[in-house]
Design a protein around this ligand. Structure first.
Ligand SMILES: NC(=O)c1ccc[n+]([C@@H]2O[C@H](COP(=O)([O-])OP(=O)(O)OC[C@H]3O[C@@H](n4cnc5c(N)ncnc54)[C@H](OP(=O)(O)O)[C@@H]3O)[C@@H](O)[C@H]2O)c1
Length: 336
């Protein structure tokens, strides 16, 4: 089968290859085999290829195939699998090797796609909504019943737009932060009730202070990190919490510079990869029902930037790196 593979960590455009790879084994008891039609290129997939400190570099042997999410059609099911049958359209997460034409996965990581949902939406149906749930839970934990202002970075991202929609629904006082004036303008048009501020403005810190009522943010949701972390800690009110869930930025911030102790600040991380272990099967079923409902009722939150054939992965990665992109890039097989 065709698969995108990498034999060493490095720039994704340089180390990834289109390879002929052995097809996975037929499904054992409790497993299903899925012919993958579409899978997203998430920033986290590229970070895994590049090998972030503490990330997959330490955990997985190379060569390997990126990707953890996608959608396709069930080819075959192993013994004891109920409610899933060959020919059925399904979405899956977390399933390694998603950037290949076939995956074999435990049945409890595979979700039927409701009729009426497009293949493209289905390919994005799980990771981002499950991330949204983990972020909302982290915000609620940090707020401890006091609904202070929340600032989020990279607010124009696919996850960021889900956070904005959820904030409007749940009455969270959200301030959106992006890196360009154009990005801020686009977000203001989409979510006029939410302040959107560009870090390209010289006075962006003052604008955030004003938007948070002069007292600073109770919570910062951050997907950028790096050298921005110190600035973000500075936006917090005393006792506030910085929730980190991505590393889009560059540079670094020493922990000692964050004045955690005198200002009683908290820094915590959250990752969708904890979902399988942190949630009970019943909670996971509720989460998946939420994700499926969101995909059915708000498909605009599952925007697709473009589709590329697996063989055109390099063009897809270039597209992902393009500033100002809106939506997620998909890799399709066979060719769209
Ligand atoms: N922890 C988890 O479990 C988890 C799960 C899912 C996603 N994530 C993280 O969530 C973040 C968003 O993911 P996504 O798929 O929604 O992203 P996305 O749709 O690909 O959008 C990426 C966004 O990041 C912005 N951006 C890129 N580099 C930046 C930088 N150096 N400084 C500031 N902004 C920057 C882009 O802004 P422009 O419009 O200006 O280009 C764009 O709006 C990523 O960090 C991802 O790794 C984490």
């Amino acid at each position: 089968m065709r698969a995108i593979t990498y034999g060493r960590h490095g720039q994704a455009g340089q180390v990834l290859r289109l390879s002929e790879w052995p097809a996975p084994a037929a499904p054992a008891a409790g497993q299903v085999q899925v012919r993958v039609l579409s899978r997203p290129v998430h920033p986290g997939d590229l970070a895994g290829v590049e090998g972030l400190p503490g990330g997959p570099r330490q955990r997985f042997a190379l060569p390997r195939i990126p990707g953890v999410e996608g959608m396709g059609v069930i080819e075959s099911v192993g013994a004891g699998v109920q409610d899933l049958r060959p020919g059925q359209r399904v979405a899956f997460f977390p399933v390694p090797d998603a950037w290949s034409e076939l995956v074999t996965a435990p049945a409890d990581r595979v979700v039927p796609v409701p009729e009426g949902l497009s293949d493209e939406t289905a390919a994005l149906m799980l990771v981002n909504p499950l991330t949204l749930l983990s972020l909302l839970q982290a915000v609620e934990d940090a707020q401890r019943g006091q609904a202070g202002p929340v600032v989020q970075t990279a607010a124009g991202s696919s996850v960021g737009k889900m956070v904005s929609a959820a904030a409007l629904k749940h009455g969270i006082r959200l301030v959106n932060l992006v890196r360009s004036a154009k990005g801020a303008q686009t977000l203001r048009q989409r979510f006029p009730a939410l302040p959107a501020i560009s870090t390209a403005d010289a006075n962006w810190r003052t604008q955030v202070q004003d938007a948070t009522g002069g007292r600073g943010a109770q919570v910062v949701l951050d997907a950028v990190g790096g050298s921005l972390t110190g600035e973000l800690a500075g936006l917090l009110a005393d006792g506030g919490t910085l929730i980190t869930y991505g590393q889009l930025g560059s540079g670094s911030t020493p922990l000692e510079s964050l004045t955690l102790t005198p200002r009683a600040l908290t820094v915590r991380g959250t990752s969708v990869f904890q979902w399988m272990t942190a949630r009970t099967p019943e909670e996971r079923a509720e989460d998946v029902a939420f994700a499926t409902r969101l995909a059915a009722t708000a498909p605009e939150l599952f925007e697709v930037a473009a589709r590329y054939d697996l063989a055109d992965f390099a063009k897809a990665i270039d597209h992902v790196r393009r500033p100002g992109r809106s939506g997620t890039v998909l890799l399709a097989s066979p060719a769209p």
